[in-house]
Design a protein around this ligand. Structure first.
Ligand SMILES: [Ca+2]
Ligand SMILES: [Ca+2]
Length: 331
């Protein structure tokens, strides 16, 4: 309720959420961190299997969670083990998450510069399986997506690299490079250098990459041999500052989470950006980091980083709102 009233208040005060498609209902599906808003659970991405069940990876525990939207209680179905790096135990910080056509689940692990795989047979609530290395050499690994041939593409965050690895995994190759850029946030000090964050394909096999730093989206045409053309700037807008996760709805319209603006925007095929929802620090959007469509319903992961519009009144924390959670958007 608290989050809902916060939403109504923020919406009423801002008065700037222009909705030309009818107002979609934005609500919390499940609170992933019910004990507190102290970030004891942190999620960055979300995907769905063919039955419409949702999957997220938790940075803090390494758990891979499954959520049934019809009975939304998170269940642990797999795990990413921490590793000893430089004498310290380092968690994988599961970022982008995606299934391949065979139903194996893949998670990008930035601290490992890897994408790990949880095999379909190991996705198990009774005996959660352990994810194993799949793609290596992917520094900054963040958003991931498969092409129709089963090649995995990995966005390398601040490195600007887009990596590719074949269906058997192994060492990834760099197939294209987004030029470096850093934006200073309105606080005058926070630097945002991530130029290759979320990644997805449209129905024609064209690759789209969110550029968080520029507030932009790049579009890349891939040749039949897999060779990548030069990245084209598809669109750029202040509404896309913080652009993180992205997905297409059934009508082919692109939806993007603008994390630092606590906003959700759409982009038409000719690059027009429209704000669909936006709220203050109390949610329901709290640093929204990824979006996935299941039919006419979208699900958004709330990462709840204390930055820009998601900062609470203290100016340093993000303790209001609900914290790590999944938001449901019904069209
Ligand atoms: Ca991301
Ligand atoms: Ca919060």
């Amino acid at each position: 309720m608290r989050a809902m009233w916060g939403w109504i208040l923020a919406f009423g005060l801002s008065g700037c959420a222009t909705l030309q498609m009818g107002r979609p209902a934005v609500s919390i599906l499940v609170d992933l961190d019910p004990a507190s808003t102290d970030r004891t659970v942190i999620v960055e991405s979300i995907t769905a299997d063919r039955q419409g069940q949702l999957y997220l990876a938790d940075w803090v525990t390494g758990n891979i969670l499954r959520v049934d939207p019809k009975a939304p209680k998170p269940v642990v179905v797999g795990r990413i083990a921490s590793r000893q790096i430089g004498g310290k135990s380092v968690p994988g910080d599961g970022r982008g998450i995606a299934f391949n056509a065979q139903g194996d689940l893949f998670v990008a692990c930035d601290p490992f510069s890897e994408v790990v795989r949880l095999k379909r047979a190991d996705i198990n609530a009774e005996k959660p399986g352990l994810a194993e290395p799949f793609a290596t050499g992917t520094e900054g690994a963040n958003g991931i997506a498969f092409d129709p041939k089963g090649n995995l593409y990995v966005a390398g965050a601040r490195t600007g690299r887009i990596y590719r690895v074949g269906p058997a995994g192994g060492r990834a190759e760099v197939v294209l490079q987004i030029a470096a850029h850093t934006r200073i946030l309105p606080d005058g000090k926070t630097q945002q250098p991530i130029v290759a964050n979320g990644i997805t394909f449209d129905a024609n096999g064209i690759l789209y990459v969110t550029d968080t730093a520029r507030g932009a989206i790049w579009k890349v045409t891939l040749g039949g041999d897999g060779s990548a053309g030069e990245p084209n700037l598809f669109t750029q807008s202040p509404l896309l500052e913080g652009a993180d996760g992205l997905d297409f709805d059934r009508s082919g319209r692109l939806w993007v989470t603008a994390n630092e603006r606590n906003a959700l925007v759409t982009v038409t095929s000719d690059g027009k950006v429209q704000e669909i929802a936006r709220n203050g620090s109390q949610g329901p959007l709290e640093f929204p980091s990824a979006i996935v469509f299941v039919g006419n319903t979208a699900y958004v992961s709330n990462n709840d980083t204390p930055r820009r519009d998601n900062l609470d009144a203290s100016g340093t924390n993000a303790r209001d709102g609900i914290g790590a959670s999944v938001v449901q958007i019904t069209l």
